[in-house]
Design a protein around this ligand. Structure first.
Ligand SMILES: Cc1cc2nc3c(=O)[nH]c(=O)nc-3n(C[C@H](O)[C@H](O)[C@H](O)COP(=O)(O)OP(=O)(O)OC[C@H]3O[C@@H](n4cnc5c(N)ncnc54)[C@H](O)[C@@H]3O)c2cc1C
Length: 656
């Protein structure tokens, strides 16, 4: 098998030219003063390249060829413990020996102190070989870093600045166990009665008289939930809230985050292997794909728990972990999509039909080009979202711990504001795009293979089965759509002047920019017109009269606007709006790349060729469809409740 890094020209372009490594390396290496820090940014990047080559070679040679074994490597529940198949243990342990469990953990805690972006790039390489292995490895380093971040944010990590290093952290035991490969963690949110709707969570956290906490409840569908360390979200406050019992989202304010070990080590310690159980594994799911990954249900019955951060802030804290996880899904999708595209391309180059190989037939050639273009678009968004998320998190760490001169501090804070906004905007777009397109790409790979694609032996149909969960976990596609819609529309309501300026700028560039910039601006105009249409429809007749050039009039019109009222049309079109904004975000990212490297124009042209007609179609759907279905829903809602209310749509802020 080839080296999965060396053979990937697009991925290598990012490492060599596309990523602005300088800020990432400086922040990660505590302004280059960390003990054992590389002498320069170039030296650091050279080390990252070595890691990618090592991992790319390993997964190509040692993981990908074992896909058939992994396909049948179901974990099993045996006498209360989840037992992994030997092939999974073996492969995951070997990846751990390459240093991947602690790849982004600081050196003083036993890790390699690489940027989060590098961790995600290695995840892509592993996912191209096998998604189950990718998930399991991810729940090592990813959980260790989440624990460290939580500890820093709650103020339980101590640091010395000369030389800059972490002295101690509340979650040292967890981090050291994970880095050493003796444990891993999980993110326990979903319950039998609550998935997307986190306000419906029922697991309870109870404060005992001695000041300690216990957690009681069941969590289901937990990836790698057979490990020791569980970040559990539980209710600590009653549902009743100042907003009243009819507020479906009052429940979010009553959630807290806990760290709950599924077991403690007995007097013999970890080496003796004696477990004192604190939770019960109820079962391991059999699934459509990801067959070697353990998806576990687990029950806590007054299990000793450690409150993380502030009581009642669990939802906000879980979002930190979930945002990283959503970006992670973007990279996981890239791995699967690469595997699908490469298999299709190789097959099409050798399969003869009607006098030539099928890659010479127009329709198949177009499918192959579609697949490649989508992968390049996803990668552009994934790298950008990850970069901004990492910068915003690391500025937080560095400015808490390092004495910075005022100018540097101000510059970092300014960058952090930009990166926070960008990361918030890009993350749901990435999750939606990557997961939806990965499913489509995996299906295209089967189509290119014809009948062989449908046969298990070929190894292509498993990619579609693996891909099918991406639009479901870490927040479904519909939930991403709701997030995007809510942020976009409320953003305009809060800053109508900004919206009008965007509009004017896009109009200007669409007339005066260079050819590619004009086309990107034209795409943006379609999206902005869709936003304006939705706003005008939602706010009714008063907004219809608003002059496009007068922000003051817009502000006044929206002053008493309640987004809970009549949101139905926007809810209906949330995914369409997301699709439009995705097309613009990818085009923006690719246009920036062209400024850096004109050779990237080819990718942007291919993206625009597809995005332009797609955007016109999406816009058309938004402005011409909806009222008929909404009238039916309103009538049936009124009949069911006996009231003529059409405002039953929940606000998306509650959803994960
Ligand atoms: C393999 C696998 C691994 C998983 N790993 C984890 C894990 O590690 N940790 C964890 O906590 N959970 C995990 N999950 C659970 C996963 O996050 C949930 O399944 C997901 O959030 C959806 O919740 P649900 O299944 O209850 O579906 P529901 O929330 O009931 O949704 C059903 C359908 O309704 C739609 N829907 C719901 N609400 C709305 C709305 N307001 N507007 C429009 N549409 C809506 C959804 O998009 C979906 O299409 C995993 C699931 C799977 C299958």
């Amino acid at each position: 098998m080839p080296n999965f890094y060396d053979d990937n020209e697009d991925l290598r372009w990012y490492v060599e030219r596309g990523v602005d490594w300088d800020p990432l390396v400086r922040l990660t290496e505590y302004e280059m003063k960390a003990p054992d820090a590389p002498a320069s940014v170039e030296e650091a990047v050279s080390g990252y390249r070595d890691i990618l080559e090592l991992v790319g070679g390993f997964v190509g040679d040692e993981v990908a060829p074992r896909w058939k074994e992994l396909l049948h490597a179901h974990p099993r529940l045996v006498e209360g413990e989840v037992v992994e198949a030997p092939v999974v243990r073996e492969v995951v342990e070997k990846l751990g020996q390459l240093g991947l469990f602690g790849i982004n953990v600081p050196r003083e805690l036993g890790g390699m102190n690489a940027p989060l972006l590098l961790f995600q790039l290695t995840q892509e390489l592993i996912a191209r070989a096998d998604t189950s292995v990718c998930a399991h490895v991810g729940f090592h380093g990813g959980i260790a870093m989440a624990a460290l971040l939580y500890s820093v944010l709650e103020g339980t990590t101590t640091f010395t600045s000369d030389p800059p290093r972490i002295v101690d952290t509340r979650f040292r035991e967890l981090i050291e166990e994970i880095v050493a490969g003796r444990a891993w963690g999980s993110m326990d949110i979903t319950e039998p009665g609550a998935g997307s709707d986190m306000a419906a969570l029922r697991t309870r956290g109870e404060l005992l008289a001695d000041g300690t906490w216990v957690v009681t409840g069941q969590k289901v569908f937990i990836t790698s939930g057979h490990g020791r360390w569980h970040f559990v979200i539980a209710r600590t406050e009653d549902l009743a809230s100042p907003n009243g019992a009819d507020d479906a989202y009052a429940g979010l304010k009553g959630l807290s985050l806990f760290l709950v070990p599924a077991w403690d080590w007995g007097p013999g310690g970890a080496t003796e292997g004696q477990k004192v159980w604190r939770a019960t594994f109820d079962g391991v799911e059999e699934k459509l794909g990801h067959t070697a990954s353990a998806t576990v249900s687990i029950s806590f019955e007054r299990s000793p728990a450690f409150l993380v951060g502030e009581r009642g802030r669990g939802f906000q804290q879980m979002l930190v972990l979930m945002n990283n996880a959503r970006i992670g899904v973007g990279f996981e999708c890239l791995g699967v999509a690469e595997a699908a595209w490469r298999a299709a391309k190789a097959y099409a180059a050798t399969r003869p039909s009607m006098g030539k190989t099928i890659d010479r037939h127009e329709m198949i050639a177009e499918i192959l080009e579609d697949m490649q273009t989508d992968i390049q678009g996803i990668r552009a968004l994934a790298v950008s979202a990850c970069w901004h998320e990492e910068v915003s998190q690391k500025v937080e760490l560095v400015s808490r711990f390092l004495p910075l001169d005022p100018a540097r501090k101000a510059a970092l804070e300014a960058q952090q504001r930009v990166s926070r906004t960008r990361s918030r905007a890009l993350t749901p777009l990435l999750k939606w795009l990557a997961s939806e397109r990965c499913v489509a790409i995996a299906r295209q790979a089967i189509q290119v293979h014809g009948g062989s694609g449908y046969i298990v032996e070929t190894g292509v149909e498993r990619l579609l089965r693996d891909a099918m969960v991406f639009p479901i976990y870490e927040g479904t596609s519909q939930i991403q759509g709701l997030m995007v819609m809510k942020d976009t529309l409320l953003g305009v309501v809060k800053d109508p002047g900004g919206f009008l300026r965007d509009f004017a700028a896009a109009q200007w560039t669409s007339l005066t920019g260079d050819p590619l910039a004009r086309r990107v601006a034209g795409l943006r105009l379609v999206a902005l017109r869709a936003v304006r249409f939705l706003l005008l429809r939602l706010t009714g007749a008063k907004a219809r009269e608003l002059p496009l050039t007068d922000p003051g009039a817009w502000k006044a019109a929206f002053a008493n606007w309640d987004p809970k009222r009549d949101f139905a049309l926007a809810m209906l079109h949330a995914e369409r709006l997301t699709s439009l904004l995705v097309d613009v975000a990818v085009a923006d990212a690719l246009l920036l790349q062209v400024e850096r490297d004109p050779a990237r124009a080819d990718v942007l042209v291919r993206w625009l060729e597809r995005a332009e007609p797609r955007a016109r179609w999406r816009y058309d759907e938004i402005v011409t469809t909806g009222p008929r279905l909404l009238a039916i829903l309103a009538a049936s809602g009124a009949a069911a409740s006996g009231a003529a209310s059409t405002s039953a749509s929940p606000l998306p802020s509650a959803a994960k």
